[in-house]
Write a protein that binds this ligand. Structure first.
Ligand code: 3PG
Length: 410
């Protein structure tokens, strides 16, 4: 489907590879510790697969965003990756300084190092086309020491950032095990499914989600879009459902009120967007109640019983269910019920199911993960962008590299 090179078809023996992974994981703001290590487990397997081809690996990843509580260094990531892979992965607290460069120069085949959080470099936060990113310090300093770039960060493939799209214009580049597996599984499912197609969209990354909903609606990819979480609150306000102060404050404090107009436009254009009819609410006195959407008496932290029932009946009818983002504040078990039931309904239905993002992954029972009908993606935002655009900046950059260095068509 895509004209990209796979790591499977390249001789990597004795080569020094720069491997972009996505190790970005949820972090407990109090302890600074990783609370869900799904992505580390996945990437431990891809590190083992790459090592079978006898190269040396320089691993690169981001964690969190500046200013957020999950913006940490990658020392614990190296420890956990070493444990899961059984390979000694040395953490280097540097990215493009003399320490990192010397370490890379001295590496021998079979060795693996993990550089520090690439978002410690301010240039990494800027999105720009590959030709611009190929001139960043990250690319200029690391590429002379590297034989091949492997992009295995499917979950960040929607970002046109230097570590994702900057290397393919200057280095022979290919897709790694996770990237290949994701592209193949998702493309296969898309090729095999008919309507009804249902997207269940929640979570907190609203700006990304609204852009994706605009694409999905324009291309008529979904028969229904069931909203939950903060996305639901935004669309509820856009629909004119009476919303309490808490809801307005939450949207305002996150700078989301400016998106209400965009959400309203989608509704007017007939986008098939459903919002909850009730919520599970935390009141000021710490009691939990089930309130109708138009009369919420506190903080709506999960979808309510009737919404669960309504959404479940729609999911039962579907041939494809795509889920991204939790339906509530799942860190508190009192508000994880909606997410748990919707995931269960989807995986027990007859539909093909694509589940994206770390927060939902943990609700999928181990025994269901191997089913061909169910794809648990390492990506959240990237998954949705891929579904709605059928390509991603990272894939386009790999296609460019394929044409340039492997003689693919121009
Ligand atoms: C994700 O978790 O969605 C990816 O790691 C990308 O992170 P970002 O949204 O901070 O770019």
């Amino acid at each position: 489907m895509f004209r990209i090179m796979s790591y499977e078809n390249v001789d990597l023996s004795g080569k020094k590879l720069l491997v972009r992974l996505d190790l970005n994981s949820p972090i407990d703001p109090k302890t600074g510790k990783i609370i869900d290590d799904t992505r580390l487990r996945i990437h431990a397997q891809s590190i083992k697969k790459l090592l079978e081809k006898d190269p040396a690996l320089v691993l690169l990843s981001h964690q969190g965003r500046p200013g957020e509580a999950d913006f940490t260094d990658l020392s614990q990531h190296a420890e956990i990756l070493s444990r899961y892979s059984g390979v000694d992965i040395r953490f280097i607290p540097d990215i493009i300084g003399p320490t990192a460069l010397n370490e890379i120069k001295e590496m021998r085949r079979g060795e693996v190092i993990l550089l520090d959080n690439v978002r410690f470099l301010s240039e990494e936060l800027i999105e720009a086309p590959p030709e611009v990113q190929s001139k960043t310090f990250l690319v200029k300093r690391l590429s002379p020491l590297i034989d091949l770039f492997i992009n295995d960060a499917f979950a960040t493939a929607h970002r046109s950032q230097p570590s994702i799209v900057g290397f393919p214009p200057v280095l022979r580049s290919c897709a790694g095990p996770v990237m290949i597996q994701e592209i193949r599984a998702i493309s296969k499912i898309l090729g095999e499914t008919d309507s009804p197609k249902i997207f269940v969209l929640g979570g907190a990354k609203i700006i990304d989600t609204i852009r994706v909903i605009e694409n999905i609606s324009r291309k008529r990819l979904a028969d229904r879009i069931l909203t939950t979480g903060l996305v639901a609150l935004l669309f509820q306000v856009a629909k004119g459902v009476k919303s309490n102060q808490y809801i307005m404050r939450v949207l305002e404090s996150r700078g989301l009120l400016s998106l209400v107009q965009r959400a309203r436009r989608l509704i007017i254009q007939g986008a098939p967007i459903e919002t909850p009819i009730d919520y599970r609410v935390l009141r000021d006195n710490n009691e939990v109640s089930n309130d109708p959407a138009y009369r919420v008496s506190g903080a709506p932290l999960d979808i309510g019983e009737e919404t669960i029932e309504m959404y479940s009946s729609m999911i039962k009818e579907a041939n494809l269910v795509v889920m991204r983002g939790p339906a509530g504040y799942i860190e508190d078990p009192r508000f994880s019920v909606g997410t748990k039931i919707l995931v269960e309904e989807a995986i027990n239905s007859k539909a093909y199911v694509i589940i994206g993002g770390g927060h939902l992954n943990m609700f999928v029972p181990e025994e269901k993960r191997g089913l061909e009908r169910i794809h648990v993606s390492s990506g959240g935002g990237a998954l949705l962008e891929f579904l709605s655009q059928l390509t991603l900046p990272a894939i386009e950059a790999l296609e460019y590299s394929y044409r340039r260095f492997w003689g693919g068509e121009n």
